[in-house]
Ligand binder design. Sequence first.
Ligand code: HEC
Ligand SMILES: [Cu+2]
Length: 351
Amino acid sequence: MQFNVPFFPEQASTAAKQVDYIYLFLVAITAFFSLLIAALILFFIIKYKEKPGRKAEQIHGSMLLEITWSVIPLGISLVIFIWAAWLYVHMQRAPANSLEVYGVAKQWMWKFQHSGGQREINALHVPIGRPVKVTLISQDVIHSMFVPEFRTKVDVLPNRYTSLWFEATKPGTYHLFCSQYCGTKHSAMIGQVIAMTPEEFENWLASGKAEGSSASNGEKLFQQLGCVTCHRADSAARGPNLMGLYGHPVKLTDGRTVIADDNYIRESILVPNAKVVSGFQPIMPTFQGMISEEDLFQVMNYIKSMGDQQQGGPLNNRSNPDQIRENELRHIQDQMKQQETAPQKPAGKQK
Ligand code: HEC
Ligand SMILES: [Cu+2]
């Protein structure tokens, strides 16, 4: 018999300590006031015990008391709020240099793919000492990805990407749970997160059988599905050029401007008429039911990689949409010029 019931799971990510500090702070505050109140009750019971000849005296209001017991709890609540909100925001925003991993949840398993194209089921290999961002989608019902040792959890929804990030601090094998009741085998929807040293992780990646990187597979899909017949950089284009699209603002026909993030691109492919790009007709057919969640991630990675090619780096110009549009125009003009001078060269692909 083993009586190993640890109060907390192991702390294996940079956020784990910070989450635990807040938790301990809440426990300490609760314990302090519970004990204080219990002690005062006892003290008053004894002190004001009924005695012959003693009469209860009615007290009406005390400004000083009222203010004290309002201001002190207010201060404590504000400390908790500011501290927790700060940590929450910090844990929502993946650092820019995060390693990107993509996950699909379904009844009842976890499927992960890495940018290099390596895939795994119910296991996720990650390096330690580097932030890892996991972008997630569900193929059916609502699930939730929970790694207790990393103190991180996020709901995994159908039709909308969510993400979490963590930085593992110790090599080891950690629990991966689904923490949203998702059907009869919910309790079996478990896996492992395997944190490795960066060298081990590189070896693991290299040993994985990958048929091309995620982005290059996405490029193939882009051709197979016929996206390229409309999205191209020459005069036959019937859809917008997707170069440099990712992460940038897009003007819509209804006058709104939206940022082309993961969810926007997903919606553009599955429900193209939901948001129509300004200056274009809503002629794009829906690809709902024709592309799997895994393939969508690959197409998305291809579209992201087009952005990188255009900007010469993933982070350049991200905040300057005018510059991007200008570059895009110049790029199209260049391509048209190239076409004029060398008409036999196929346009559109620049790899
Ligand atoms: C019949 C031509 C056509 C095909 C095929 C087509 N698209 Fe489109 N696409 C368009 C048009 C036109 C628009 C702009 C109007 C709109 O938003 O619906 C567009 C918009 C988009 C956008 C938003 C672009 C922006 O600048 O905001 C994305 C992303 C996109 N398509 C991806 C794809 C992918 C991926 C495929 C293949 C799976 C595909 N399209 C197939 C015509 C097409
Ligand atoms: Cu589940």
